[in-house]
Design a protein around this ligand. Structure first.
Ligand code: HEM
Length: 367
Protein backbone atom coordinates (compact mmCIF):
# COMPACT_ATOMS: atom_id res chain seq x y z
CA UNK A 1 0.00 0.00 0.00
CA UNK A 2 1.33 3.36 -1.00
CA UNK A 3 0.56 6.53 0.98
CA UNK A 4 -1.12 9.29 -0.94
CA UNK A 5 -2.10 12.80 0.18
CA UNK A 6 -5.76 13.44 0.98
CA UNK A 7 -7.74 13.85 -2.22
CA UNK A 8 -8.69 17.38 -3.24
CA UNK A 9 -12.28 16.44 -4.01
CA UNK A 10 -13.89 15.33 -0.77
CA UNK A 11 -16.98 17.24 -1.62
CA UNK A 12 -18.57 18.74 0.22
CA UNK A 13 -16.86 19.14 3.60
CA UNK A 14 -19.99 17.92 5.25
CA UNK A 15 -20.46 17.90 9.01
CA UNK A 16 -22.67 14.78 8.92
CA UNK A 17 -23.21 11.78 6.63
CA UNK A 18 -26.38 13.43 5.33
CA UNK A 19 -26.43 17.22 5.49
CA UNK A 20 -28.33 20.13 4.07
CA UNK A 21 -26.21 22.28 1.73
CA UNK A 22 -26.87 25.74 0.30
CA UNK A 23 -26.84 26.27 -3.42
CA UNK A 24 -25.57 29.76 -4.11
CA UNK A 25 -25.83 31.05 -7.67
CA UNK A 26 -22.91 31.00 -10.09
CA UNK A 27 -22.06 33.08 -13.16
CA UNK A 28 -24.22 30.88 -15.38
CA UNK A 29 -26.80 29.59 -12.87
CA UNK A 30 -29.22 31.30 -10.46
CA UNK A 31 -29.22 30.25 -6.78
CA UNK A 32 -31.00 26.93 -6.14
CA UNK A 33 -33.18 25.71 -3.27
CA UNK A 34 -30.34 23.74 -1.65
CA UNK A 35 -29.84 19.97 -1.54
CA UNK A 36 -29.12 17.01 0.71
CA UNK A 37 -25.49 15.89 0.42
CA UNK A 38 -25.05 12.15 0.94
CA UNK A 39 -21.50 11.20 1.85
CA UNK A 40 -21.66 7.71 3.39
CA UNK A 41 -21.29 4.64 1.15
CA UNK A 42 -24.29 2.78 2.61
CA UNK A 43 -26.54 5.84 2.17
CA UNK A 44 -25.23 6.37 -1.36
CA UNK A 45 -26.23 2.80 -2.24
CA UNK A 46 -29.62 3.29 -0.59
CA UNK A 47 -30.25 6.30 -2.83
CA UNK A 48 -28.88 4.85 -6.07
CA UNK A 49 -30.61 1.48 -5.71
CA UNK A 50 -34.08 2.80 -4.88
CA UNK A 51 -35.51 4.62 -7.92
CA UNK A 52 -39.04 4.55 -6.46
CA UNK A 53 -37.92 6.85 -3.62
CA UNK A 54 -35.06 8.67 -5.34
CA UNK A 55 -36.11 9.53 -8.87
CA UNK A 56 -33.89 10.32 -11.85
CA UNK A 57 -36.56 12.49 -13.50
CA UNK A 58 -35.27 16.04 -14.02
CA UNK A 59 -35.93 18.11 -10.92
CA UNK A 60 -36.72 21.83 -10.70
CA UNK A 61 -33.93 23.85 -12.30
CA UNK A 62 -32.78 21.06 -14.61
CA UNK A 63 -32.97 21.39 -18.38
CA UNK A 64 -36.41 20.33 -19.73
CA UNK A 65 -34.52 18.68 -22.60
CA UNK A 66 -33.33 16.06 -20.12
CA UNK A 67 -36.87 14.70 -19.68
CA UNK A 68 -36.47 12.59 -22.80
CA UNK A 69 -33.21 10.98 -21.78
CA UNK A 70 -32.82 7.37 -20.68
CA UNK A 71 -30.53 8.55 -17.88
CA UNK A 72 -33.30 10.82 -16.55
CA UNK A 73 -36.12 8.29 -16.57
CA UNK A 74 -37.40 5.92 -13.91
CA UNK A 75 -38.64 2.35 -14.21
CA UNK A 76 -40.67 1.06 -16.02
CA UNK A 77 -39.94 3.44 -18.98
CA UNK A 78 -36.26 3.33 -18.14
CA UNK A 79 -36.12 -0.46 -18.02
CA UNK A 80 -37.42 -1.02 -21.54
CA UNK A 81 -35.13 1.52 -23.21
CA UNK A 82 -32.14 0.46 -21.22
CA UNK A 83 -32.68 -3.18 -22.26
CA UNK A 84 -32.55 -2.17 -25.92
CA UNK A 85 -29.36 -0.16 -25.43
CA UNK A 86 -27.73 -2.86 -23.29
CA UNK A 87 -28.53 -5.54 -25.88
CA UNK A 88 -26.71 -3.44 -28.49
CA UNK A 89 -23.72 -2.97 -26.16
CA UNK A 90 -23.00 -6.65 -25.56
CA UNK A 91 -19.59 -7.64 -24.16
CA UNK A 92 -18.91 -9.39 -27.51
CA UNK A 93 -19.43 -6.21 -29.52
CA UNK A 94 -17.33 -4.20 -27.09
CA UNK A 95 -14.45 -6.75 -27.15
CA UNK A 96 -14.21 -6.45 -30.93
CA UNK A 97 -12.80 -2.93 -30.45
CA UNK A 98 -9.78 -4.13 -28.47
CA UNK A 99 -7.35 -4.49 -31.39
CA UNK A 100 -8.26 -1.10 -32.86
CA UNK A 101 -7.97 0.59 -29.46
CA UNK A 102 -4.53 -0.98 -28.92
CA UNK A 103 -3.29 0.07 -32.32
CA UNK A 104 -4.56 3.59 -31.68
CA UNK A 105 -2.88 3.80 -28.25
CA UNK A 106 0.43 2.62 -29.75
CA UNK A 107 0.29 5.06 -32.66
CA UNK A 108 -0.61 8.04 -30.45
CA UNK A 109 2.10 7.18 -27.92
CA UNK A 110 4.79 6.66 -30.57
CA UNK A 111 3.92 9.92 -32.28
CA UNK A 112 3.84 11.88 -29.00
CA UNK A 113 7.13 10.34 -27.80
CA UNK A 114 8.88 11.05 -31.12
CA UNK A 115 7.72 14.67 -31.06
CA UNK A 116 8.71 15.07 -27.39
CA UNK A 117 12.19 13.63 -27.95
CA UNK A 118 12.72 16.05 -30.83
CA UNK A 119 11.46 19.08 -28.89
CA UNK A 120 12.76 19.02 -25.31
CA UNK A 121 11.58 15.73 -23.87
CA UNK A 122 8.13 16.58 -22.47
CA UNK A 123 4.83 15.20 -23.73
CA UNK A 124 1.30 15.96 -22.63
CA UNK A 125 -0.21 12.52 -22.05
CA UNK A 126 -3.72 13.98 -21.76
CA UNK A 127 -3.93 16.16 -24.88
CA UNK A 128 -1.63 14.08 -27.10
CA UNK A 129 -2.69 10.58 -26.07
CA UNK A 130 -5.56 9.86 -23.68
CA UNK A 131 -8.05 12.48 -24.94
CA UNK A 132 -7.79 11.60 -28.65
CA UNK A 133 -7.62 7.89 -27.74
CA UNK A 134 -10.90 7.89 -25.79
CA UNK A 135 -12.71 10.20 -28.27
CA UNK A 136 -11.77 8.12 -31.29
CA UNK A 137 -12.66 4.86 -29.54
CA UNK A 138 -16.14 6.23 -28.90
CA UNK A 139 -16.35 7.36 -32.53
CA UNK A 140 -15.59 3.75 -33.57
CA UNK A 141 -18.19 2.35 -31.18
CA UNK A 142 -20.87 4.68 -32.53
CA UNK A 143 -19.80 4.39 -36.18
CA UNK A 144 -19.01 8.10 -36.66
CA UNK A 145 -17.46 8.51 -40.13
CA UNK A 146 -13.83 9.70 -40.22
CA UNK A 147 -14.78 12.96 -41.95
CA UNK A 148 -16.92 13.97 -38.95
CA UNK A 149 -14.45 13.17 -36.17
CA UNK A 150 -12.87 16.61 -36.01
CA UNK A 151 -16.15 17.72 -34.39
CA UNK A 152 -15.64 15.45 -31.35
CA UNK A 153 -13.68 17.93 -29.16
CA UNK A 154 -16.65 20.32 -29.31
CA UNK A 155 -18.99 17.74 -27.82
CA UNK A 156 -17.83 17.75 -24.20
CA UNK A 157 -19.04 21.20 -23.11
CA UNK A 158 -22.20 22.19 -21.20
CA UNK A 159 -24.26 22.33 -24.43
CA UNK A 160 -23.03 18.99 -25.76
CA UNK A 161 -26.46 17.42 -25.73
CA UNK A 162 -28.09 20.14 -27.85
CA UNK A 163 -25.07 20.20 -30.16
CA UNK A 164 -25.07 16.46 -30.78
CA UNK A 165 -28.83 15.97 -31.26
CA UNK A 166 -28.82 17.36 -34.82
CA UNK A 167 -25.70 15.41 -35.70
CA UNK A 168 -27.20 12.20 -34.30
CA UNK A 169 -30.14 12.46 -36.74
CA UNK A 170 -27.69 12.69 -39.61
CA UNK A 171 -25.67 9.74 -38.27
CA UNK A 172 -28.78 7.55 -37.93
CA UNK A 173 -29.76 8.21 -41.57
CA UNK A 174 -26.19 7.51 -42.67
CA UNK A 175 -25.98 4.19 -40.79
CA UNK A 176 -29.38 3.07 -42.10
CA UNK A 177 -28.02 3.53 -45.60
CA UNK A 178 -24.48 2.27 -44.89
CA UNK A 179 -24.70 -0.29 -42.09
CA UNK A 180 -21.49 -1.29 -40.32
CA UNK A 181 -20.40 -3.13 -37.16
CA UNK A 182 -21.26 -0.33 -34.74
CA UNK A 183 -23.80 0.67 -32.13
CA UNK A 184 -25.69 3.26 -34.20
CA UNK A 185 -26.23 0.68 -36.95
CA UNK A 186 -27.62 -1.83 -34.45
CA UNK A 187 -29.90 0.72 -32.77
CA UNK A 188 -31.03 2.24 -36.09
CA UNK A 189 -32.13 -1.22 -37.30
CA UNK A 190 -34.07 -2.03 -34.12
CA UNK A 191 -37.69 -1.76 -35.27
CA UNK A 192 -38.94 -1.65 -31.66
CA UNK A 193 -37.32 1.73 -30.99
CA UNK A 194 -39.30 4.79 -32.07
CA UNK A 195 -37.41 7.50 -33.96
CA UNK A 196 -37.73 9.76 -30.89
CA UNK A 197 -36.13 7.10 -28.71
CA UNK A 198 -33.37 6.56 -31.22
CA UNK A 199 -32.69 10.27 -31.55
CA UNK A 200 -32.37 10.40 -27.75
CA UNK A 201 -30.15 7.32 -27.32
CA UNK A 202 -27.45 8.18 -29.86
CA UNK A 203 -26.63 11.67 -28.51
CA UNK A 204 -26.87 10.34 -24.95
CA UNK A 205 -24.22 7.70 -25.67
CA UNK A 206 -22.12 10.29 -27.44
CA UNK A 207 -22.19 12.81 -24.62
CA UNK A 208 -22.12 10.51 -21.58
CA UNK A 209 -19.36 8.41 -23.15
CA UNK A 210 -16.98 11.25 -23.90
CA UNK A 211 -16.10 13.50 -20.95
CA UNK A 212 -16.03 10.94 -18.09
CA UNK A 213 -13.93 8.65 -20.25
CA UNK A 214 -11.39 11.44 -20.88
CA UNK A 215 -11.30 12.19 -17.18
CA UNK A 216 -10.96 8.54 -16.11
CA UNK A 217 -8.08 7.85 -18.50
CA UNK A 218 -6.11 11.01 -17.77
CA UNK A 219 -6.98 10.91 -14.06
CA UNK A 220 -5.73 7.33 -13.67
CA UNK A 221 -2.47 8.19 -15.45
CA UNK A 222 -2.06 11.31 -13.29
CA UNK A 223 -2.40 9.20 -10.13
CA UNK A 224 0.19 6.73 -11.43
CA UNK A 225 2.55 9.59 -12.29
CA UNK A 226 2.17 10.83 -8.72
CA UNK A 227 2.92 7.31 -7.41
CA UNK A 228 6.08 6.07 -9.18
CA UNK A 229 6.28 3.02 -6.90
CA UNK A 230 2.80 1.90 -7.99
CA UNK A 231 3.74 2.43 -11.62
CA UNK A 232 6.86 0.28 -11.10
CA UNK A 233 4.79 -2.53 -9.57
CA UNK A 234 2.43 -2.59 -12.53
CA UNK A 235 5.36 -2.57 -14.93
CA UNK A 236 7.25 -5.43 -13.30
CA UNK A 237 4.06 -7.44 -12.79
CA UNK A 238 4.05 -7.42 -8.95
CA UNK A 239 0.66 -5.68 -9.14
CA UNK A 240 -2.19 -6.68 -11.43
CA UNK A 241 -3.90 -4.22 -13.71
CA UNK A 242 -7.55 -5.29 -13.25
CA UNK A 243 -7.85 -4.37 -9.52
CA UNK A 244 -5.57 -1.35 -10.11
CA UNK A 245 -8.06 0.05 -12.64
CA UNK A 246 -10.83 -0.14 -10.03
CA UNK A 247 -8.63 1.55 -7.42
CA UNK A 248 -7.72 4.38 -9.81
CA UNK A 249 -11.43 4.84 -10.53
CA UNK A 250 -12.10 4.96 -6.80
CA UNK A 251 -9.48 7.60 -6.09
CA UNK A 252 -10.29 9.63 -9.19
CA UNK A 253 -14.05 9.40 -9.80
CA UNK A 254 -14.67 11.23 -13.09
CA UNK A 255 -18.14 12.29 -11.96
CA UNK A 256 -18.01 13.85 -8.51
CA UNK A 257 -21.74 13.75 -7.82
CA UNK A 258 -24.86 11.87 -8.91
CA UNK A 259 -28.17 13.64 -8.48
CA UNK A 260 -31.64 12.35 -7.63
CA UNK A 261 -34.94 13.96 -6.55
CA UNK A 262 -37.01 12.56 -3.69
CA UNK A 263 -40.21 11.10 -5.20
CA UNK A 264 -41.90 10.73 -1.80
CA UNK A 265 -41.36 11.97 1.75
CA UNK A 266 -38.71 9.73 3.23
CA UNK A 267 -35.98 9.41 5.86
CA UNK A 268 -32.25 8.94 5.35
CA UNK A 269 -29.83 8.48 8.25
CA UNK A 270 -32.20 10.25 10.62
CA UNK A 271 -33.03 13.19 8.33
CA UNK A 272 -36.53 13.83 7.04
CA UNK A 273 -36.38 14.36 3.32
CA UNK A 274 -39.43 15.81 1.60
CA UNK A 275 -40.87 14.94 -1.78
CA UNK A 276 -39.21 17.17 -4.39
CA UNK A 277 -35.98 17.68 -2.40
CA UNK A 278 -32.76 17.38 -4.34
CA UNK A 279 -30.47 14.59 -3.11
CA UNK A 280 -26.84 14.56 -4.23
CA UNK A 281 -24.58 11.56 -3.76
CA UNK A 282 -20.98 12.74 -3.30
CA UNK A 283 -18.78 10.04 -4.78
CA UNK A 284 -15.34 11.13 -3.46
CA UNK A 285 -16.74 11.21 0.07
CA UNK A 286 -18.43 7.79 -0.29
CA UNK A 287 -15.12 6.47 -1.64
CA UNK A 288 -13.40 7.57 1.58
CA UNK A 289 -15.91 5.94 3.92
CA UNK A 290 -13.75 4.08 6.41
CA UNK A 291 -16.54 1.63 7.18
CA UNK A 292 -16.09 0.26 3.65
CA UNK A 293 -12.55 1.17 2.55
CA UNK A 294 -9.61 0.49 4.89
CA UNK A 295 -7.07 3.36 4.81
CA UNK A 296 -9.13 5.10 2.14
CA UNK A 297 -6.52 7.78 1.39
CA UNK A 298 -4.06 5.16 0.17
CA UNK A 299 -3.65 3.98 -3.38
CA UNK A 300 -3.86 0.22 -2.83
CA UNK A 301 -3.51 -1.37 -6.25
CA UNK A 302 -4.69 -4.76 -4.98
CA UNK A 303 -7.71 -3.47 -3.03
CA UNK A 304 -10.35 -6.23 -3.08
CA UNK A 305 -13.26 -5.95 -2.82
CA UNK A 306 -13.48 -2.43 -4.18
CA UNK A 307 -17.15 -1.42 -4.26
CA UNK A 308 -16.48 2.10 -5.61
CA UNK A 309 -19.39 3.95 -7.21
CA UNK A 310 -17.53 5.71 -10.03
CA UNK A 311 -19.62 3.86 -12.59
CA UNK A 312 -22.79 4.27 -10.53
CA UNK A 313 -24.95 1.56 -8.94
CA UNK A 314 -28.50 0.27 -9.24
CA UNK A 315 -30.67 0.53 -12.35
CA UNK A 316 -28.64 3.40 -13.88
CA UNK A 317 -25.28 1.65 -13.55
CA UNK A 318 -23.08 2.95 -16.37
CA UNK A 319 -24.10 1.36 -19.67
CA UNK A 320 -20.60 1.87 -21.05
CA UNK A 321 -18.84 0.23 -18.07
CA UNK A 322 -17.39 -2.72 -20.06
CA UNK A 323 -16.25 -0.41 -22.83
CA UNK A 324 -14.74 2.01 -20.30
CA UNK A 325 -12.78 -0.74 -18.52
CA UNK A 326 -11.56 -2.15 -21.83
CA UNK A 327 -10.26 1.25 -22.93
CA UNK A 328 -8.52 1.86 -19.61
CA UNK A 329 -6.87 -1.58 -19.63
CA UNK A 330 -5.53 -1.24 -23.16
CA UNK A 331 -4.32 2.34 -22.63
CA UNK A 332 -2.53 1.55 -19.36
CA UNK A 333 -0.94 -1.59 -20.87
CA UNK A 334 0.43 0.44 -23.76
CA UNK A 335 1.69 3.29 -21.55
CA UNK A 336 3.40 0.74 -19.28
CA UNK A 337 5.04 -0.85 -22.35
CA UNK A 338 6.17 2.47 -23.85
CA UNK A 339 7.40 4.35 -20.75
CA UNK A 340 9.83 2.68 -18.28
CA UNK A 341 8.98 5.47 -15.83
CA UNK A 342 6.07 7.86 -15.62
CA UNK A 343 7.66 11.07 -14.37
CA UNK A 344 5.73 14.33 -14.07
CA UNK A 345 7.40 17.20 -15.91
CA UNK A 346 5.75 19.87 -13.77
CA UNK A 347 2.93 20.41 -11.29
CA UNK A 348 -0.47 19.24 -12.43
CA UNK A 349 -2.97 22.03 -13.08
CA UNK A 350 -5.90 21.98 -10.61
CA UNK A 351 -8.57 19.48 -11.62
CA UNK A 352 -12.30 19.43 -11.31
CA UNK A 353 -15.10 21.92 -11.63
CA UNK A 354 -17.17 20.60 -8.75
CA UNK A 355 -19.22 18.49 -11.18
CA UNK A 356 -16.55 16.74 -13.21
CA UNK A 357 -13.05 15.71 -12.28
CA UNK A 358 -11.21 16.76 -15.43
CA UNK A 359 -7.49 16.51 -16.10
CA UNK A 360 -6.88 18.96 -18.94
CA UNK A 361 -3.15 18.47 -19.16
CA UNK A 362 -0.65 15.84 -17.96
CA UNK A 363 2.94 16.82 -18.78
CA UNK A 364 5.39 13.91 -18.33
CA UNK A 365 9.01 13.26 -19.32
CA UNK A 366 9.59 11.21 -22.44
CA UNK A 367 12.29 9.26 -20.55
C1 HEM B 1 -14.77 5.68 -17.00
C2 HEM B 1 -15.68 6.27 -17.76
C3 HEM B 1 -17.10 6.45 -17.33
C4 HEM B 1 -17.59 6.81 -16.12
C5 HEM B 1 -16.81 7.17 -14.87
C6 HEM B 1 -19.05 6.81 -16.21
C7 HEM B 1 -19.89 7.08 -15.15
C8 HEM B 1 -21.26 6.87 -15.17
C9 HEM B 1 -22.14 6.99 -14.02
C10 HEM B 1 -21.71 7.34 -12.59
C11 HEM B 1 -23.39 6.71 -14.43
C12 HEM B 1 -24.67 6.66 -13.57
C13 HEM B 1 -25.33 8.02 -13.46
C14 HEM B 1 -26.58 7.97 -12.59
O1 HEM B 1 -26.78 7.03 -11.81
O2 HEM B 1 -27.37 8.91 -12.68
C15 HEM B 1 -23.33 6.46 -15.86
C16 HEM B 1 -24.41 6.18 -16.66
C17 HEM B 1 -24.31 6.05 -18.03
N1 HEM B 1 -23.17 5.94 -18.79
FE1 HEM B 1 -21.27 6.06 -18.13
N2 HEM B 1 -19.40 6.45 -17.48
C18 HEM B 1 -18.24 6.22 -18.20
C19 HEM B 1 -18.15 5.82 -19.52
C20 HEM B 1 -19.22 5.67 -20.36
C21 HEM B 1 -19.13 5.32 -21.75
C22 HEM B 1 -17.83 5.06 -22.52
C23 HEM B 1 -20.42 5.29 -22.23
C24 HEM B 1 -20.92 5.00 -23.63
C25 HEM B 1 -20.39 4.14 -24.42
C26 HEM B 1 -21.31 5.60 -21.13
C27 HEM B 1 -22.68 5.66 -21.20
C28 HEM B 1 -23.52 5.80 -20.11
C29 HEM B 1 -24.97 5.82 -20.22
C30 HEM B 1 -25.79 5.70 -21.52
C31 HEM B 1 -25.47 5.97 -18.92
C32 HEM B 1 -26.94 6.06 -18.50
C33 HEM B 1 -27.39 4.69 -18.03
C34 HEM B 1 -28.80 4.69 -17.45
O3 HEM B 1 -29.31 5.74 -17.07
O4 HEM B 1 -29.38 3.59 -17.38
N3 HEM B 1 -20.55 5.82 -20.00
N4 HEM B 1 -22.01 6.54 -16.28
Amino acid sequence: MIPTPPPPHRLPHAPAPVSRQDEPGTADRPPGPGFWAVTRHADALRVLQDPATYSSLPGPGELPLLTRLLSHQDPPQHTRLRDHAARALTPGRVERFTATARERARTLLTRALDTARATGGVLDLATAVSHPYTSLNLADLLGIPHADRRRLPGWTGPHALEDTTGYARHLIVHRRRYPDDDLTTVLAHNARLTSDELEMLVPLLLTTGLAPMHDAAAGGLALLAEHPEAYGKLRDGTAELAPAIEELLRLHPPLLTVRRTAATDTELSGHRIRRGDKVVVCLPAAHHDEQVFTAPDRLDLARTPNPHLSLGAGPHLCLGADFARLQLRVLYEEVLRALPELRLAGPLPPTGSGVTNGVGSLPVRAG
